[in-house]
Unconditional design. Structure first.
Length: 227
């Protein structure tokens, strides 16, 4: 049994949108957990799951590989750790115009059933991602390779995404409105609150379609819904 009740946490999260989750966190006083400025550049629909994090740095600042170890390209460790309930979250805030994610990584993630990638940084090979129908949310697009420019500093450590501090294992929901990061310790109560908000908004839509004036539908109950 998971901490959010009888239903699987990620399944419940997939049924919500980022706005409902953002409203739920506002209601609960969980602030500064929603990132803007990371539009969806490929794929359709939302991406939801637990965060597997990757932090990139300028190539000269990456930790040296252990003697005798084979080189690993950035992002590959995260892909091998990930599955259908995980979203890969990449920090590439070096200021260097170089890809934090690319086409072969996208295919590798898709093969493992990963639902999407969120990158605070440039992504390249976006046409390949669009061809695969793979959801990518990112700050910018580029054609420049990471080779010799940026490298992986850490997988599954803390990252900062568009000003939001994210820990591995936090929950991620990304859609056309934004990206919400829910602390793992808060996911049960956020899901409960978001589902209640989504239910009330569905009832409002039904009332509008039935002919209720919008001033009545969006009256004091709506204004006070997050109290």
């Amino acid at each position: 049994m998971n901490p959010a009740g009888g239903q699987d946490v990620v399944t419940r999260l997939r049924r919500l949108d980022c706005c409902a989750v953002s409203d739920a966190m506002d209601k609960l006083g969980i602030v500064d957990r929603v990132a803007s400025g990371l539009p969806q550049q490929s794929g359709q629909g939302r991406a939801a799951g637990r965060a597997i994090t990757v932090r990139l740095v300028a190539a000269g600042e990456a930790p040296a590989a252990a003697p005798g170890s084979a080189p690993r390209h950035l992002g590959t460790t995260a892909i091998e750790l990930a599955g259908p309930d995980d979203v890969i979250v990449v920090e590439q805030r070096t200021g260097i115009d170089a890809g934090s994610w690319g086409g072969t990584l996208t295919l590798g993630a898709k093969v493992r059933g990963v639902p999407g990638v969120v990158a605070d940084g440039p992504v390249r090979d976006i046409d390949e991602a669009r061809g695969y129908g793979f959801p990518i949310f990112c700050r910018a697009l580029t054609a420049r390779t990471a080779r010799g420019r940026v490298a992986e500093a850490q997988t599954n450590g803390p990252v900062t995404i568009a000003g939001v501090a994210v820990q591995p294992g936090d929950y991620v929901l990304a859609d056309g409105s934004g990206v919400a990061f829910v602390p793992a310790a808060d996911i049960a109560r956020v899901l409960d609150a978001a589902e209640a908000i989504a239910g009330r908004e569905a009832a409002m839509a039904k009332a509008l379609l039935a002919g209720t004036p919008i001033t009545q539908v969006m009256g004091s109950d709506y204004e006070h819904m997050l109290r």
